[in-house]
Design a protein around this ligand. Structure first.
Ligand SMILES: [Zn+2]
Length: 386
């Protein structure tokens, strides 16, 4: 139930649709999670955003925008940072293109909410009309390392044009929900923003009421891999994994005993069936500003995952695109009936496919090399890093 999460009562909901931002990347594991284990040196990341619609108030908000498709035009610092930890990247479309292709006019989008300011979430806000407000998390607007944006501040990772000619809002947090400071975004209990610090300045999650007592938690980059929040005491490994969540691989017997994976848990001092495989990275390559605080935000998320009434969708979980409908493929299909559809159970364990198999890599990379306008970009690292 949701009673222990302290979510205020309301009968107002938002309609939630998921957007495949078409961003695909391979990234060094030690930048995101620890401990590093052999055969799991790189993570496959996809990237989702959400269209959130309050039909009563006639408002539409985007939660995140993925990467801009011309990522070679990112601010210098962002380009250089990505070239250090990402060996492969492909972005086919801007989210603005995806909305227009699916008959949603950009003028309809009343707000864009950034989960945080990193390049793979901020998209290209300049494509949206000046009537679209930009909503950012706490501290971002007062951080001299970030604002003014690039190129006015040559070392800012955020493009200045995102802020130009539009209202920019930093919400105040008047509530406490599920252990986080929270803001009632539409003022009617249909959608909350959660202050989830640690990854970087101003990191937010979204909490959408999908029916009167079910919710989707949009995790942004609170963590990057579902094996950071599962398994737990409350959500332990099942005895077997069914064939439909496992990739076809002779390494897996069917039905597949979960001990096959638990035996490869990086922490041998614990009950491997009830302990998350990874924590957020505090290693040298970590992209977390404050790994200790980020881990506290994640510890709370682990507890929320135990609620059968909350579906957690972290931005980079490839299983979301495997099992849930997207605006790109099925524009009329929302996620609101996720509980009835059994989607929480569907996406719960697919991440085990990414784990090493007898010390060798699990799933193959989802993308190889850097792509630019439909072709491999041979000189990418060289050009991005300067
Ligand atoms: Zn990200």
């Amino acid at each position: 139930m949701t009673t222990n999460l302290n979510i205020p009562q309301s009968n107002r909901t938002v309609r939630v649709r998921m957007v495949d931002t078409t961003t695909q990347m391979s990234i060094r594991t030690d930048a995101l999670i620890q401990p590093l284990q052999s055969g799991h040196e790189f993570l496959n990341l996809t990237d989702v955003a959400f269209l959130i619609e309050n039909e009563t108030l006639n408002k539409k908000a985007m939660f995140d925008l993925g990467s801009r498709k011309d990522y070679w035009n990112l601010p210098m610092v962002a380009r250089q940072a990505l070239s250090r930890i990402i060996p492969a990247l492909k972005v086919e479309k801007d989210v603005s293109d995806i909305l227009i292709e699916n008959n949603i006019r950009l003028e309809e989008i009343t707000s864009i909410i950034w989960s945080h300011y990193h390049w793979d979430h901020v998209g290209d806000v300049s494509k949206f009309p000046s009537s679209t407000a930009l909503v950012v998390g706490p501290g971002l607007l007062r951080d001299p390392a970030l604002l003014p944006g690039y190129p006015d501040n040559p070392v800012s990772p955020i493009p200045a044009d995102a802020f130009r000619n539009r209202e920019v809002i930093e919400p105040a947090f008047e509530l406490s929900i599920a252990g986080y400071r929270a803001h009632d975004f539409f003022g009617d209990g249909s959608f909350y923003l959660l202050d989830t610090p640690g990854h970087c300045v101003g990191h937010l999650c979204g909490l959408a009421r999908t029916t009167e007592d079910t919710f989707i938690l949009m995790g942004g980059d609170i963590c990057h891999f579902a094996g950071v929040i599962r398994p737990t005491l409350d959500v332990p490994f099942p005895a077997h994994f069914s064939a439909d969540i496992l990739d076809r691989d002779p390494f897996f017997s069917i039905p597949c005993p979960c001990s096959l994976f638990a035996d490869h848990h990086p922490n041998t001092q614990t009950d491997q069936h009830k302990t998350p495989f990874y924590d957020v990275s505090a290693l040298g390559a970590s992209v977390f500003d404050d790994p200790t605080v980020a881990q506290q935000s994640v510890d709370q998320l682990r507890r929320i995952d135990a609620s059968s009434h909350v579906l957690i969708c972290i931005a980079h979980d490839p299983d979301l695109l495997r099992y849930l409908p997207t605006l790109n493929q099925r524009p009329g299909q929302d996620l609101n009936q996720w509980m009835r559809e059994g989607w929480k159970e569907k996406v719960r364990w697919g991440w085990v496919n990414e784990l090493p198999r007898a010390g060798k890599p699990g799933r193959k990379p989802i993308v190889e090399g850097f792509w630019r306008e439909g072709e491999i970009w041979e000189k990418a690292i060289q050009e991005l890093s300067r």
